[in-house]
Design a protein around this ligand. Structure first.
Ligand SMILES: CC(C)(COP(=O)(O)OP(=O)(O)OC[C@H]1O[C@@H](n2cnc3c(N)ncnc32)[C@H](O)[C@@H]1OP(=O)(O)O)[C@@H](O)C(=O)NCCC(=O)NCCS
Length: 383
């Protein structure tokens, strides 16, 4: 087992481990999802790690093949939140399909659990995805609803180590071009925000600006679309909304306290996307009478690629719920995506199975369920 230093670079002595580790993740992603849409490249993983050092510490080990010391056949990562949830740790491990049932997973799990314990973390989370083919009748039901196959190898592995099923999430996919009921037109004008870095970092318009973005006619709310940069005037309210978002979605039996958000964390998130070669597209609903942020939604996409995008957060602030703002911001953002990056063929999104409102919105938009995500949990006594 070889530990990969936290500052390892792709052109440094551990570059092989980072690249071969990314290859292993790709193999595992294809096995689960049937394509590699959701697998990060080595460059993306490094960008993510480097940009988020203030929020997350990370330890990583790899195991290599006996006949090829540069081929990673199994690896594990422990992530330790640094700003909030200081009692928690995220444990992730993958063994190459050709090397399973030889004890490598157990070896890595022992290492992860040891690192987490020594770091003073007593509440651990782990994840795995059950693909669409894992459709067996014998199901294990999570406390909030949603289920996974009771005989799934990852569950057998985790439950034997004392882990429980805390929640099941649903990954859904929308195939594009979609017929999602929008009649949006391409914005005919755009205005650069003062701090733009490129001509694409623009404020693209709002319903009140005369730019048609689809959705219902103007009322108390206007929708603003932002591509690739943060809308500075909304940053303080977005920071508060991010804090709310961290606990306002159903969490099942996941042990997760409110996250600490500030402007820097928000900037880091958007910059992470940029450094990963992607862009963050945001739709904001603004309540006209009070100039309060009422809702926001985010899509991360890779410009120019005939591939996929990720639908991330969607939040309608409590005072503004029940007015159809959730689907309105999501549709406006999707319209913007199809105009800005017509090559996008698939959009993925994730929500908790018990989040009925969001599931209903996604279904109305044409998303179809793809895979289930099991969120595993284990609590241990302090060392
Ligand atoms: C889960 C995973 C890490 C297991 O790795 P592994 O190297 O095969 O695990 P081990 O050989 O140490 O298995 C330990 C025990 O887990 C259970 N187990 C693992 N795979 C199993 C399977 N396919 N069927 C039944 N039991 C299984 C068994 O109890 C096994 O002990 P045994 O071999 O003595 O019967 C591997 O299947 C994997 O990478 N899956 C995809 C990613 C993932 O799910 N990560 C972990 C999330 S918890």
């Amino acid at each position: 087992m070889i530990e990969v230093p936290d500052d390892a670079a792709l052109d440094g002595p551990f570059g092989w481990a980072l690249r071969s580790g990314a290859d292993l993740n790709r193999v595992n992603t294809i096995l689960t999802h049937g394509n590699d849409d959701l697998a990060f490249t080595a460059e993306q993983s490094v960008a993510m790690r480097n940009r988020n050092r203030r929020t997350l510490a990370q330890r990583k080990v790899v195991i290599t093949a006996e006949d090829d010391p540069t081929m990673v056949i199994a690896h594990a990562t422990v992530r330790l939140p640094l700003l909030d949830n200081l009692n928690t740790a995220d444990l992730a491990l993958v063994v190459h399909p050709d090397y399973r049932r030889r004890g490598l997973g157990s070896k890595l799990a022992r290492w992860c659990e040891d690192v987490a314990t020594r770091s003073g973390r007593t509440s651990w989370d782990g994840y795995f995805s059950a693909g669409p083919d894992d459709d067996c009748p014998d199901r294990l039901v999570a406390p909030g609803g949603g289920s996974i196959p009771a005989s799934h190898p990852s569950w057998l592995f985790a439950s034997a180590r004392g882990w429980s099923l805390a929640q099941v999430g649903r990954m859904s996919v929308l195939d594009l071009p979609a017929s999602h009921g929008s009649t949006a037109a391409v914005p005919q004008r755009s205005r650069e925000s003062g701090h733009s870095r490129t001509s694409r970092d623009v404020w693209l318009g709002s319903e009140s600006s005369g730019v048609a973005l689809g959705g219902p006619p103007a009322d108390d709310y206007e929708i603003e679309i932002w591509d690739g940069d943060l809308p500075r005037q909304w940053v303080p309210q977005l920071v508060a909304a991010k804090r709310t978002m961290s606990t306002d979605q159903p969490l099942g039996e996941v042990d997760h306290d409110e996250e600490t958000w500030d402007e820097q964390r928000l900037i880091d998130q958007v910059e992470t996307e940029r450094e990963m070669g992607r862009r963050r597209l945001m739709a904001l609903a603004i309540h006209r009478p009070t100039r309060q942020l009422a809702a926001y939604t985010e899509i991360d996409y890779t410009p120019g690629e005939t591939a996929h995008a990720m639908q991330n957060d969607t939040l309608v602030l409590r005072a503004h719920r029940g007015r159809g703002l959730g689907i309105r911001v999501k549709l406006a953002n999707l319209d913007a995506l199809t105009r800005l990056n017509p090559a996008t063929r698939r959009v993925y999104t994730w929500n908790a199975e018990e989040n009925e409102h969001m599931s209903a919105i996604n279904t109305r938009m044409g998303f179809r369920p793809d895979t289930s995500t099991a969120i595993l949990h284990k609590t241990v006594a302090p060392a």
